[in-house]
Design a protein around this ligand. Structure first.
Ligand code: UDP
Length: 259
């Protein structure tokens, strides 16, 4: 069989040419990076879990009318997606102060924000993804004002939906990152949700214990990283309770490892 043509390799995923024009295959790796790729590692089984979680979330979002690039999952690590022109803007939605917001503005991590905040970052590794304003996006032509209005509307809908979905399984959605892409139909284009939604790009805290169930466990060397991702998948009903993966007690894991 002919080797598939690789279109792009990122930090956590590889994109291959798809079976039909306008499609791609998105392959989920176990590789993890943080702090603009200064910290690197692998999280065993992460690719399999993120593929599954992202499938679940994108399918649910499509069902409430949010257009996405997702077509179908192909196997454990791959999904078929629509090819888009990626808009080089990372859209971060925040409900609770954490991460760079806490650091930059000196707001204690865990502080509930009085209103949801949307922030934009220019997607450029060499520049370290700098924060930008609406004006920069329009000025440099990264997206039109109409596209940005659609993006902000979709980001709020995604936040409302995901906040409820996670609350129902005892998880607080602190913040998350979205990426969008443009698809063309003749002379017309529209913007759809792209990339992935998984514990790699979300902060997810247990509602009762505030335990972190996301990539901060990797960023901050908290241990129990694999187990945290599995716990999110398990609570979403995507793993069987008697699955090998189902080691649930993150604290006992830390004790075992002496952390
Ligand atoms: N995020 C991401 N990719 C990035 C930067 C941020 O997925 O390149 C996510 C991150 O996981 C968190 C949210 O966006 O859920 C907000 O991240 P923040 O700005 O606090 O940056 P960080 O603390 O990760 O540097």
């Amino acid at each position: 069989m002919a080797r598939r043509r690789q279109i792009y390799e990122g930090k956590a995923k590889i994109l291959y040419e798809g079976p039909e024009p306008g499609t791609l295959i998105q392959y989920f790796k176990d590789d993890a990076t943080a702090f603009n790729a200064q910290k690197r590692g692998t999280i065993s089984g992460k690719g399999v879990i993120n593929n599954r979680i992202s499938e679940h979330i994108f399918t649910s979002l499509a069902a409430i009318g949010v257009p996405t690039h997702f077509i179908r999952r192909l196997n454990m690590r791959e999904q078929l997606i629509r090819q888009v022109e990626i808009i080089p803007v990372e859209v971060v939605v925040r409900n609770v102060a954490a991460g760079s917001l806490s650091k930059r503005l000196g707001i204690e991590e865990g502080t509930q924000l009085p209103r949801t905040i949307i922030e934009y970052y220019y997607k450029d590794d060499a520049l370290g993804d700098p924060m930008i304003a609406d004006e920069h996006i329009a000025c440099f032509g990264w997206a039109t004002q109409d596209e940005m209005n659609d993006i902000a509307d979709m980001a709020i809908r995604v936040n409302d939906f995901l906040s409820g979905m996670f609350a129902a399984i005892g998880i607080r959605l602190i913040d998350f990152k979205l990426e969008f892409g443009r698809i063309w139909d003749g002379d017309f284009s529209r913007v759809i949700l792209a990339d992935e939604i998984s514990p790699d790009g979300c902060r997810l805290w247990d509602i009762k214990t505030n335990q972190k169930l996301d990539k901060d466990r990797f960023r901050q060397d908290l241990g129990g990283v694999e187990e945290a991702y599995q716990e999110v998948a398990r609570r979403l009903g995507l793993l069987q309770p008697d699955d090998d993966f189902a080691v649930l007690d993150l604290d006992s894991h830390r004790k075992k490892r002496g952390r």
